[in-house]
Design a protein around this ligand. Structure first.
Ligand code: HEC
Length: 118
């Protein structure tokens, strides 16, 4: 896939966000971060598994200027009762910067782009 192959060197350094600045940074690096932090054991981009699909989360928060900060704290602290009966445990291994990057990546996803990821 074009995006992935072009940005693979960038993904290797995904924790050094500044190296990878650019419009497609989030697509490749976000997925790498999500995989590295074990998010993908409960989430997929395009469908519900244990947790809601990331594209569904993006749709719910579309246009909400508070969303990135809110979701970043949800990722670290966990979440319950917002999407269904299963709670998300806190993800204490995720640094505040990575939580913010993950939140922004999730918000950049939507149904029309979901098929390009994964
Ligand atoms: C053990 C399974 C599990 C893991 C691991 C997990 N999640 Fe979740 N996630 C869930 C569930 C279940 C929900 C729905 C919780 C609810 O209903 O409030 C959720 C909800 C969310 C939400 C929406 C929160 C809200 O307030 O609306 C985001 C964003 C999210 N997860 C991101 C992540 C990210 C990023 C990671 C990796 C760092 C991750 N999740 C790891 C199960 C998981």
């Amino acid at each position: 896939m074009l995006l992935r192959s072009v940005f693979l060197p960038c993904a290797v350094f995904f924790s050094a966000a500044s190296i990878c600045a650019g419009p497609v940074w989030g697509q490749t690096v976000g997925l790498g971060l999500a995989q590295a932090n074990n998010c993908m054991s409960c989430h997929r981009v395009d469908r519900k598994v244990v947790g809601p699909g990331f594209s569904t989360i993006a749709e719910r928060f579309a246009g909400n200027p508070e969303a990135a900060g809110y979701l970043a704290q949800s990722i670290v602290n966990g979440s319950r009762g917002r999407w269904g009966p299963v709670p998300m445990p806190r993800q204490a291994q995720v640094s505040p910067n990575d939580a913010r990057a993950l939140a922004q990546w999730i918000l950049s996803l939507n149904s029309s782009s979901a098929d390009k990821v994964e």
